[in-house]
Design a protein around this ligand. Structure first.
Ligand SMILES: [Zn+2]
Length: 168
């Protein structure tokens, strides 16, 4: 039986990998991850899904050490603890979802990151929940990953984006 973690998300949607499905399937689900992923779903994925008004695919949720290494994740990644999810949302809709998260969800989460490709088009969104782990105490960080760098969304180069989506 599938285990529901929010209105529209199931736990198994967070144990996935397009490039390494065998590693995703091999992961052993731990109770503390179920709690963390329930928070990821209810505090980030579900509100964004509700805002967009249609289904959102999770491209990466929990990663054990092997899967995290295989996908080139940071060793300190919140994915390792089931505290983060990558959402398959791109283009204009990704900017809208990102701005929505910053305006409405940010105080309850650790960070939201929008990933841009080499033509500055959004390709996916990463969201993480607040953590009790001492090495991960950040709250409300909004970053843009572009050209290999993490840049604060408050940077002046994103003034036009903030203006374009100010109604959200
Ligand atoms: Zn991520």
């Amino acid at each position: 039986m599938r285990y529901k973690v929010s209105n529209n998300f199931y736990l198994d949607e967070f144990y996935v990998s397009k490039d390494h499905p065998e590693l995703a399937r091999a992961m052993v689900i731990k109770t503390e991850e179920v709690i963390s992923l329930t928070r990821v779903a209810t505090l980030i994925c579900q509100p964004i899904r509700d805002f967009l008004g249609h289904g959102v695919t999770i491209s990466s949720g929990k990663r054990d050490n092997m899967l995290n290494a295989a996908v080139g994740g940071e060793p300190t990644s919140q994915h390792r603890y089931g505290e983060a999810a990558d959402m398959d949302i791109d283009g204009d809709e990704a900017w809208r979802a990102y701005i929505y998260a910053i305006k409405h969800l940010i105080n309850d989460i650790s960070q939201v990151i929008i990933y841009l490709n080499n033509t500055s088009i959004p390709t996916f969104i990463h969201g993480g929940v607040k953590s009790f782990r001492p090495e991960c105490r950040k709250v409300g960080e909004a970053l843009v990953k572009v050209g290999g760098l993490y840049i604060p969304f408050s940077d002046r180069r994103f003034d036009n984006i903030r203006t374009r989506y100010r109604e959200i």
